[in-house]
Design a protein around this ligand. Structure first.
Ligand code: PEP
Ligand code: MN
Length: 262
C-alpha cells in the first residue's frame, strides 16, 4: 500500500479537531507481530497512525525492557506495507537519533520521562533544529506545572508542533483505574494552552479492556483532538500491558461504537 498520511497531514488533522486515532502494541516484540498488527489496523480503515514501544520503561528489572533499535527496522517496514505513519516513545538522545534515522514521523515522551527535567532536556537538546511533531505525556504524578515544563522545554529548542497526551496519574493500591484520569488536570492544561492538541490514552488510564470505550467516549465528548489505544494480535500473551490491549478488530468495533462529534 502506498503511504498516504504524513506527519504533516496527521498534524493538520489534530489542529482541525478531527480526532486522530493512534494505535499499535504497547511493545514491538517480533517483526511478525509488528507487521501483522499494522496490516490489521490499516484494514479497519479507522486508524491514522501506528504506535509501538521500542524502549520500555519498566517498573522492575528483569521485565521486558523493549526490543531496542532493531525494532525500528520492523516499524519502518510496517509503515511501507500499511501506509500508517509511525510514532515511538523516546527517553534519551540516542532514542531520538535512532528514531530519526528510521523515519519515525512523530515522537512522544513517556510519563516516566516527563517527571525528570534532565531527561526531558536531553530529548529537547537532541531535537534542536529538527522539524518533527512531539507529544508530551503527563508526568505520572498530578503536577501540571511539570507537564507544562516539559512542553515548554520542547518549545524552547524551537519545536513548533507540540501536543500533549493524557494517560492518567498514578495511584496507590487497587483502584478503579490503573491511573486516575483526574480529567480536571488536562482540562486546565488546555485552558492554559488552548492551541495545544490534546490526545487521550485510555489504555494506560484504564489498565483493563472493559472500560476503554467509556474513557475514549469521555475524551471525545470533552473535545480531545485524538485518542491512543494499545492493540495486539494476541493481547493475553503480550510481553507488556497484556490486560489492557485489544485486537485490531476489537479496536475497529470500539471506534464504531464511539459517538463522534459532528
Ligand atoms: C506506553 O505508552 O506504552 C507507555 C509506556 O506509557 P506511559 O508512559 O503512559 O506509562
Ligand atoms: Mn503500555
Amino acid at each position: 500500500m502506498e503511504q498516504v498520511a504524513t506527519a504533516q497531514s496527521i498534524w493538520q488533522k489534530l489542529k482541525n479537531k478531527q480526532p486522530v486515532v493512534i494505535s499499535g502494541p504497547c511493545s514491538a516484540e517480533t517483526e511478525l507481530q509488528v507487521l501483522e498488527t499494522a496490516i490489521r489496523l490499516a484494514k479497519t480503515g479507522k486508524v491514522d497512525m501506528l504506535r509501538a514501544g521500542i524502549w520500555k520503561p519498566r517498573t522492575k528489572p528483569g521485565m521486558f525492557e523493549g526490543i531496542g533499535t532493531e525494532g525500528l527496522a520492523w516499524l519502518k517496514k510496517a509503515k511501507e506495507i500499511s501506509g500508517l505513519p509511525l510514532t515511538v516513545e523516546v527517553a534519551t538522545a540516542k532514542h531520538v537519533e535512532d528514531s530519526l534515522k528510521y523515519g519515525v514521523d512523530i515522537l512522544w515522551i513517556g510519563a516516566r520521562t516527563t517527571v525528570n527535567p534532565f531527561s526531558v532536556q536531553e530529548v529537547a537538546d537532541a531535537l534542536r533544529g529538527v522539524d518533527i511533531p512531539i507529544l508530551v505525556k503527563n508526568p505520572i504524578n498530578p503536577d501540571i506545572e511539570l507537564w507544562l515544563g516539559g512542553i515548554e522545554r520542547m518549545a524552547k529548542v524551537g519545536l513548533k508542533q507540540i501536543g500533549a497526551i493524557h494517560r492518567g496519574f498514578s495511584n496507590y493500591g487497587n483502584t478503579e483505574f490503573r491511573n486516575a484520569p483526574m480529567w480536571h488536570l488536562p482540562i486546565e492544561l488546555k485552558r492554559r494552552m488552548p492551541e495545544l492538541p490534546l490526545i487521550c490514552d485510555p489504555s494506560h488510564i484504564s489498565g483493563r479492556r472493559d472500560n476503554l470505550l467509556e474513557i475514549a467516549q469521555k475524551a471525545i465528548d470533552l473535545d480531545y483532538d485524538g485518542i491512543m489505544l494499545e492493540t495486539h494480535i494476541d493481547p493475553d500473551n503480550a510481553w507488556s500491558d497484556a490486560k489492557q490491549q485489544i485486537t485490531p478488530e476489537a479496536l475497529g468495533q470500539l471506534l464504531d461504537a464511539i459517538v463522534w462529534r459532528q
